[in-house]
Design a protein around this ligand. Structure first.
Ligand SMILES: Nc1ncnc2c1ncn2[C@@H]1O[C@H](COP(=O)(O)OP(=O)(O)OP(=O)(O)O)[C@@H](O)[C@H]1O
Ligand SMILES: [Mg+2]
Length: 366
């Protein structure tokens, strides 16, 4: 694990120089069209309601995808790492990979600079095999006011700063996972302008979740007008619902029915809801975060199959906060839920990307 600064990232501000409050949509469209093909591997995990599992889902998706790339590499196939970026001052993303308070933890200072000045883009490389991560934290509390200040001079161009940065490094990664909350306008617009595919996690069964999805759909519709014509919800993933005999219970069925009605009303496909879902596992999820191990890694460790990357020795079986061994079967089941969710999710992302590429090719012919 080490800090890595991308060597040849161009300054982003000069791209914004031509934009101001009076820029036309066409002026914007020309830049956005250049960015889009480079951002198709950017997945945004977001919903207009807090605490729905954005960070847990984003970190686990990133880990599973990284593991797949590591396996490809081990089999002599082409492979690229995954990048995880959290845009949230709560900095929970750091915990998921055990980066909190570690030697590279700067509370998001480097990320803030990279996003709002023409600062270098530095990531923590190899936080897990084939997985890099930016560091978030309290310093990102200034993100929205800084972007807002830049937008005074450059209008909506300010919301393209993240997209301009990621478009320059996206070819180094198989997938980039953005974890952001639509809590404030600036962060939400920046994330939505960058990610091609938006994934909404749903954890609660109250109607507040429906509002959260409604907010997300509304914001994406606005985003498509100017900042990102390709921004769409690609999947809705359920987390924290009970499983009985490995099947969903009435609780999730009811939530699905309510969401389906809302999707139909908004002219969206109910099939956006993934069939696979992550079971309720509060204690284990908290332990995963506290120990910096995504579910799959926890399952490997609990099974005595995780090797320490430095020593090559088997990692001791993890214990919970009361000193008991983490139950192997429980950990394997949680990891297997994430596996199902990620497979389904990536299938949809690929299908949408094929569709976008075809549309692009037809446009080029026309
Ligand atoms: N499978 C699960 N079952 C039950 N609880 C879970 C599960 N997975 C995660 N949680 C818990 O749900 C809570 C919210 O998750 P998380 O922090 O990922 O949401 P978030 O949307 O990122 O929140 P925020 O808006 O604060 O950033 C956490 O306490 C987490 O431990
Ligand atoms: Mg979070």
């Amino acid at each position: 694990m080490n800090l890595y600064t991308f060597p040849d990232v161009l300054a982003r501000m000069p791209f914004l120089a031509e934009f101001d409050d009076e820029s036309t949509d066409q002026e914007f469209a020309a830049l956005v069209a250049q960015l889009r093909p480079r951002l198709r591997n950017v997945l945004g995990v977001t919903i207009g309601k807090g605490g729905q599992g954005k960070t847990t889902l984003a970190a686990n998706v990133a880990y599973m995808l990284a593991e797949e790339q590591a396996a490809r590499a081990a089999n002599g196939k082409s492979a690229k790492p995954i990048l995880y970026v959290e845009l949230d001052a709560n900095g929970n993303g750091r915990r998921e990979f055990g980066l909190q308070d570690g030697e590279f933890d700067d509370d998001g200072a480097r990320l803030l600079k990279a996003l709002t000045t023409d600062g270098d883009f530095t990531v923590v490389r190899d936080v897990k095999p084939y997985l890099d991560s930016a560091i978030s934290g309290a310093k990102l509390g200034d993100l929205s006011s800084r972007i807002s200040r830049i937008s005074m001079d450059h209008g909506s161009g300010a919301y393209l700063l993240l997209a301009l940065l990621l478009a320059q490094i996206s070819h180094h990664y198989r997938w980039i996972i953005l974890d952001f909350s639509p809590g404030d306008k600036e962060t939400q617009r920046s994330g939505m302008a960058a990610a091609t595919h938006h994934i909404a996690p749903v954890m609660d069964s109250d109607n507040g979740t429906l509002d959260g999805l409604k907010t997300l759909a509304l914001l994406l519709r606005k985003t498509r007008k100017l900042l990102n014509p390709e921004a769409e919800i690609t999947a809705i993933a359920f987390l924290g619902f009970n499983k009985r005999e490995e099947k969903q219970t009435a609780q999730l069925e009811i939530v699905r029915t309510k969401i389906e009605a809302q999707l139909v009303k908004a002219n969206l496909d109910p099939a956006l809801m993934l069939d696979g879902f992550v079971r309720k596992a509060e204690g284990l999820a908290a332990l995963c975060r506290n120990q910096g191990r995504p579910a799959r890694e926890m399952a490997m460790a609990a099974s005595g199959e995780l090797m320490d990357r430095k020593t090559g020795e088997t990692v001791p079986r993890p214990r919970d906060e009361r000193g008991r061994y983490v139950e192997k079967v429980h950990a394997i089941k949680l990891a297997s839920d994430y596996n199902d969710v990620v497979r389904e999710l990536i299938t949809r992302v690929r299908a949408r990307n094929n569709m976008l590429r075809e549309r692009e090719a037809q446009g080029a012919v026309a």
